[in-house]
Design a binder for this molecule. Structure first.
Ligand code: C2O
Ligand code: CU
Ligand code: CU
Length: 537
């Protein structure tokens, strides 16, 4: 079953701060195979199945969406569509359990968006058909059956859904960018690998509370991968496809953080390019960046690096309990005992092997390399990085102000407005005639929660109560970060922080009443019920 025998130990080693970069190539989306670029002509069939030997890092089996198109075979195809084009697909479930696809960030009515009530059983199928109305951008797709989302995504079911349009193609032309060559989608995922190199998803009770962290970071399925580059500008479409891990990403050469341009995020291009040297990327979020390597010399190495940060696992913080009580939560003595500092902090400090023959988890807030860019060819590149981007329409804001509170329940588990998911109730009812402003507040005795809404995009209005590491990256008086400036579908809310977002429920205008989801994209949290139905009337 496994492609590699004796070398497996090497692949499964936790990455030290120095990394372990050898000959492993970054799997780059090509014409077929894993993450192959696929522009569907007619209806596409995606079959969710386990495929042996599919995981590039170790040759282990993994769950994938497999497809055939024009004589080529694809696993987890990177779907490339044009705005205005119809999209038609059939999902076939060849798993042993229910599944359904959610098109994350892609505009579609709720019955097309993978609501868990539409999960199909083994051997079942589901038909999708909707027109592409999104702006050009980097979207993605993954499973959404309730209680099984984390596991299925973790075991491999996830890929990109790229939308292009005339303006985006004009920019790509101007910069001489080619998807799969100099415009490279990279999904970053952490995994626990057994000593045999198998994917291990076996969360403990604490893992379900905290999120399941891995011991090895994969990019497009490969660990410690190298991309050979030339001395020119590259576009990287970064997707955090991890179930729980937050990254603090920089490009580092010779111990120095290189400046790069953030040009887009969850919902397409920003209003203007933002120069930065680091960004937080939480599960579900995307960052579309340009890195200019034209002044580097062949032989130089650039690391996509996780930089140290405070992962803020304050859920067991006694000092922070006041914050929860201030938010009106009935925190009794018993819950104080349960949420005692010890347990939480031991876990967030890592070092748990899980007892399944895996290595200790890699701490979230430490420095580690994720991928290596190895400059190996000098070319003449004279194009200038863009100073402006395609127009970003500004939606109306204002409307009803809705407080949303994120907190820990006294018996453990995370809540939104004191509630957990109930398939049959919709605690949030919004009017499709216009915008609302949601003030999403995270308790102090909490951990960061990346909050995602289906069907619509946020415009971030303000961050308040932000921790220092966030505040110091603010780019305006509203405390917003560069990554907040475009359209967002997932927004990270740190402990003690309130993120105010405006949401225009009049666009897109879907036919009839809709039932969308609002949930934490820490997928363990989501599966544990940190999710609510949102009815749009
Ligand atoms: Cu990417 Cu409801 O999720
Ligand atoms: Cu989504
Ligand atoms: Cu969460």
């Amino acid at each position: 079953m496994l492609a590699i025998g004796a070398d497996l130990g090497l692949f499964a080693l936790p990455q030290a701060a120095t990394g372990n970069f050898g000959s492993a190539r970054l799997p780059v989306p090509g014409r077929q195979g894993l993450f192959g670029l696929l522009t569907p002509e007619g209806k596409l069939t995606l079959t969710a199945a386990e495929v042996k030997g599919a995981l590039p890092a170790t040759g282990a089996p993994m769950l994938v969406y497999s497809a055939r198109h024009k004589g080529e075979a694809y696993l987890n195809p990177v779907l490339v569509l044009r705005k205005g084009q119809p999209f038609e697909a059939t999902l076939v479930n060849s798993l042993q359990e229910p599944t359904i696809i959610h098109w994350h960030g892609v505009d579609c009515p709720w019955k097309q968006a993978g609501h868990p009530s539409y999960a199909i059983g083994p051997n079942g199928s589901y038909e999708y058909s909707f027109p592409i109305t999104n702006r050009a951008g980097t979207y993605w797709y993954h499973p959404h059956p309730h209680g099984l989302t984390a596991k299925q995504a973790y075991m491999g079911l996830a890929s990109f859904f790229i939308v292009r349009d005339d303006e985006e193609e004009a920019l790509a032309k101007e910069l001489d960018l080619q998807l799969g060559e100099t415009d490279i989608p990279m999904v970053i995922q952490d995994k626990r690998l057994t000593h045999q190199g198998l994917l291990d998803y076996s969360p403990s009770r604490d893992d379900l509370m905290m999120g399941y962290l891995g011991d090895t970071i994969l990019v497009n399925g490969q660990s410690s991968p190298t991309l050979k580059t030339s001395t020119r500008l590259y576009r990287f479409r970064l997707l955090n496809g991890s179930t729980a891990r937050i990254y603090n990403l920089s490009f580092v050469a010779d111990g120095r953080q290189l400046p790069f341009l953030l040009i887009g995020n969850d919902g397409g291009f920003l209003p203007a390019p933002q120069q930065t040297d680091g960004l937080f990327l939480a599960p579900g979020e995307r960052a579309d960046v340009l890195l200019d390597m034209s002044s580097l010399a062949p032989g130089q190495e650039v690391f996509l690096q996780n930089m140290p940060f405070d992962s803020m696992h304050n859920e067991g913080d006694m000092m922070g309990m006041g914050g929860m009580m201030n938010m009106g939560h009935a925190v009794g003595g018993a819950s104080m005992n349960h949420a005692q500092g010890g347990e939480g902090h031991v876990m967030s400090a890592g070092g748990h092997g899980g007892g399944h023959g895996t290595h200790g988890v890699l701490e979230e807030g430490v420095s580690y390399p994720i991928a290596r860019l190895l400059v190996d060819r000098a070319v003449v590149y004279t194009r200038k990085p863009p100073t402006r981007l395609p127009d970003m329409p500004e939606p109306p804001s204002g409307g009803l102000e809705r407080p949303i509170s994120l907190a820990m329940r006294h018996m453990g588990g995370w809540t939104i407005n004191d509630l957990t998911f109930d398939m049959d109730s919709a605690p949030i009812v919004v009017n499709r005639r216009g915008p609302e402003i949601w003030h999403i507040s995270n308790a102090k005795a909490s951990m960061p929660h990346p909050m995602h809404l289906h069907g619509y995009f946020y415009r971030v209005q303000q961050r308040s109560g932000s921790p220092e590491q966030v505040k110091k990256r603010a780019v305006d008086a509203q405390g917003r970060l560069a990554t907040d400036l475009g359209y967002k579908d997932t927004v990270l809310v740190w402990p003690g922080e309130t993120v105010s977002v405006s949401i225009d429920f009049s666009r897109p205008q879907y036919p009839g009443e809709q039932l969308f989801l609002f949930h934490c994209h820490n997928l363990e949290h989501e599966d544990q019920g940190m999710m609510l139905n949102v009815r749009v009337v």
